[in-house]
Design a protein around this ligand. Sequence first.
Ligand code: KG4
Ligand code: ZN
Length: 382
Amino acid sequence: MIVLGLESSCDETACAVVADGRRVLSSVVASQNELHEEYGGVVPEIASRAHVERLTPVLRLALDRAGVRLDQIEAIAVGHRPGLIGSLLVGVAAGKALAWSLGVPLVGVDHVHAHLYAGLLELDGAVGDTPSGPTAGAGGADDQVETFDDRTRALLPALGLVVSGGHTSIYAIGARDGTFLDMQRLGATIDDAIGEAFDKAGAILGLGFPGGPEVDRLARQAGANDRAAELPISRLSPTSLDFSFSGLKTSLLYAARGGQGGTDQSGHKASPLNDERRRDLAASFQRAAVAAVVLKLGRAFDALAERGVKARSLIGGGGVTANSRLRAELASLATRHNLRLVIPPMSLCVDNAAMIAGLGTLMLSAGVRDGLDLSPVPTTAC
Ligand code: KG4
Ligand code: ZN
């Protein structure tokens, strides 16, 4: 089945053509970073206008690259939740118009759930990679698995982690019915998303937008001291699987301001905010942010085990999975808990429409359909 996916939930306009829910025939993403850079964050009105302008050329390019004509598209999958309402509206309207005019089924897909599906997609013949190969942690019989369905089943039940500019959530996948459509959110951020926190950290340190990759780049520099500032690792209550990044962000602000003649949180006069201090603060911030994620994943693994569910894999998604420290720490967590680690290639970690088409295909094959009354919803399903 050839499915066209549409994605416009935030500031990326994306279209993709995916065959049989797994083979990515094309995936085109038009980013809007340059439009939002001067504001230091996504401006919703600018984003929705840019989606309107970009959607048709992006769609044409996706069809061209896939070598597929519109009349060969058998269904439309559109990301309809969660996201910026004006942005979602553009993709949903386009999806409905295409489904109606082509006379093919339509399905609305949850963007966060789709991030978790991205690791199952095959891009140029390759499947999700990881920092240490496709099966970090486990191995054995699973390595013999060949078919897509078998490979998917072999991953479940799974722990899912979505870390992006808009979301920070942990999921149990397939813990109740053993299918990939069985997604249960175990925890989520109660304030900032981790990517948003990285971006704000970048702004505090005077780096470019988006700040996440910049913070990562500085933190990786030789000599970076990730203990230069003791920034808090958010734990919340002892059993909480939720996240909070606002305290970490404020602590970084104090540490950085201290360097401009003020004092840090403990009242000490801090070092000046020169290149070296920026690098050390970036590394300290990254250490604390990643530690919070790893801590909550460990708790989630234990919470599932208490329910009698032994997770077999850890499936990651979202732009922040590009983070070098997070990748390394997820690999060691996977090894400790004997989990297969699945992280999509970078082009599928960030917002894209292939993940929407992929999960949409699975939903369609399970009989899920939406009508022309499909509406955008700003919040996630669960
Ligand atoms: O998934 P994504 O493309 O869009 C959303 O759905 O939000 O994620 C974008 C986020 C941005 O906040 C960006 O700063 C962050 O991912 N990001 C990173 C890195 N690369 C991208 N954060 C930390 N380290 C990175 N290397
Ligand atoms: Zn996303």
